[in-house]
Write a protein that binds this ligand. Structure first.
Ligand code: NDP
Ligand code: OXD
Length: 311
């Protein structure tokens, strides 16, 4: 079998490394764009593919993402509707995300930003402490990663709530919500909002003025989904009005974040460069091999996303 690596933003061959290529048992790996015929390409590994990339591969059956998200692949106009798109499921990635989110939740609870500002002024002042039990966290998305984040926050003592599209059985200590009424109910009790949704037509722009207005005043946003979930001007207005006390942003509509973007120097925004957590090359390799095996056996690859749903 032949597999093509397709990306306009990343040198996938370098990113995946020689081990991945060696382990790709009985699969010849080539890079896009190919010279010559490409009718024997049945599998691709892609991240931000160029718009016309898949036009060249008429017999393509599956495209593997190198991450949990697949929005950048689904957005490619040349991707045929019958091609399977496969995400990575990596428990180590979920654990890493959980630590990242917990760091920001506790930073808000324990007022670390204020202490850092006080240190710069050599100002010694205790600010008083709030119990974890008094800081309610609402998580948008109760999937592979959202579930791990909610579970760990509950263990740390935070009232954890999570919102999904369909009803879910919530583990002990977590309150589950779903659908539009569920979102209203959750936001009304949320002080810290964590975005862990996939980017779909339904979720684009969900972090907006109306959403922030429904949260508890002085709340905090942890934005680790996709940049297009956020209406940037609405965030700046919510910070200005005091509706939100601060925000941690890891993902942006345009990455890297442009020089002189107002987020860079905002005193109540923490910017990280889309680095909350990444999947390991081992996990990408395992997904890739399982996909190739399924294609050979004529089965649907595991972790194929639902093309109609968009995740
Ligand atoms: P999953 O697909 O496992 O879970 C998605 C969750 O979102 C599900 O609970 C799903 O509901 C819910 N959801 C989807 N659409 C809606 C909707 N319209 N209304 C309500 N709930 C909805 O995804 P993961 O947990 O693995 O990852 C989530 C996202 O996190 C990724 O798509 C990516 O965008 C982002 N991410 C960011 C990273 C970073 O470094 N910043 C790293 C990894 C991921 P249901 O359960 O009912 O289907
Ligand atoms: C992912 C990411 O989707 O890192 O895995 O954003």
């Amino acid at each position: 079998m032949r597999c093509v690596l397709v990306s306009k933003s990343l040198d996938l061959r370098g990113y995946l490394g020689p081990q991945f290529l060696r382990d790709a048992d009985r699969i010849e790996i080539v890079s896009h764009p190919l010279d010559g015929p490409a009718t024997d390409i049945r599998l691709a590994v892609a991240w931000h593919p160029p718009d016309d990339a898949f036009e060249r591969y008429p017999n393509l059956q599956a495209v593997c993402s190198i991450g949990a998200g697949v929005d950048n692949i689904l957005a490619c106009p040349s991707l045929r509707p019958d091609v399977d798109v496969i995400r990575v499921v990596d428990p180590a990635q979920a654990q890493m995300m959980s630590g990242f989110v917990a760091w920001h939740v506790i930073g808000h609870q324990r007022r670390f930003a204020t202490y850092q500002a006080q240190q710069r002024e050599e100002h010694w002042q205790r600010l008083g402490q709030r119990r974890a039990q008094d800081v309610a966290v609402g998580i948008l998305g109760f999937g592979e990663i959202g579930r791990r984040v909610a579970t760990d926050l509950a263990l740390l003592g935070f009232p954890a709530m999570a919102w999904s599209r369909t009803p879910k059985a919530a583990p002990q200590g977590i309150r589950g919500f779903n659908g539009a009424p569920g979102l209203d109910a959750m936001l009304g009790q949320t002080e810290v909002l964590v975005n862990l949704l996939p980017l779909t037509p339904e979720t684009r722009g969900i972090l907006n003025r109306a959403t922030f207005a429904r949260m508890c005043r002085g709340g905090y946003l942890i934005q680790v989904g996709r940049g297009e979930h956020l209406v940037e001007a609405d965030l700046l207005a919510a910070l200005e009005s005091g509706q939100l006390a601060g925000a941690a942003l890891d993902v942006f509509a345009n990455e890297p974040l442009a020089p002189r973007h107002p987020f860079w120097r905002h005193s109540r925004i923490v910017v990280t460069p889309h680095d909350a957590c990444e999947v390991s090359v081992d996990a990408i390799g395992a997904t890739f091999r399982a996909t190739a095996e399924a294609i050979r056996a004529g089965r649907r690859p595991p972790h194929s996303i639902d093309r109609a749903r968009g995740y």
